[in-house]
Write a protein that binds this ligand. Structure first.
Ligand SMILES: [Ca+2]
Ligand SMILES: [Ca+2]
Length: 166
């Protein structure tokens, strides 16, 4: 998480402005990914005989981890990376304020890679329980996926971006 100190507000309280956050935890499970490791279960079984593979491992030592091999459609047991690059995970999410006062969570990921996942923006005021944020619209382009959160006059609230394999 990155941000800066905004100083003291009119109520005399210190304020921090967050500018970016990282995804820190593993995603939720889905029918395609029952162990929640971002690798499709049938893909794991086909190549490794079982689910529960470490998505950050590099079985063939070609510089692409399993998540990248899965997303690129390459063989995780054959050194066929070529010029492909590893997909950064967790992705670095930026926060941007739009001219209309809304703000955006900006995910730097190509559209074809991001399309593998179901992305959900959730909000919380306590950090103990999260619920889906309302009114979020997605504004994707080729290299960045943008999640527009309306109403910049929100009270202090935390957001998180969750990923699940589609
Ligand atoms: Ca899996
Ligand atoms: Ca590899």
């Amino acid at each position: 998480m990155e941000g800066y100190d905004r100083g003291t507000n009119t109520d005399g309280q210190r304020e921090l402005e967050l500018t970016s956050v990282d995804l820190l935890s593993l995603p939720r499970t889905t029918p395609a990914d029952t162990d929640g490791n971002l690798l499709e279960d049938s893909w794991e079984v086909a190549f490794f005989g079982a689910t529960g593979q470490d998505f950050a491992s590099d079985a063939d030592g070609d510089g692409l981890n399993l998540l990248s091999e899965f997303l690129h459609g390459t063989d995780p047991l054959s050194d066929d990376a070529g010029s492909l690059e590893e997909v950064p995970w967790p992705p670095r999410v930026r926060i941007e304020v739009r001219e209309d006062g809304d703000f955006e969570l900006v995910l730097p990921m190509d559209a074809d890679l991001a399309a593998n996942f179901l992305w959900t923006v959730e909000e919380s005021t306590t950090l103990t329980s999260f619920a889906g944020a309302s009114g979020v619209t997605e504004s994707p382009d080729a290299s960045e996926q943008r999640f527009v959160i309306p109403d910049a006059d929100l009270p202090a609230v935390f957001f998180r971006l969750r990923a699940a394999l589609q």
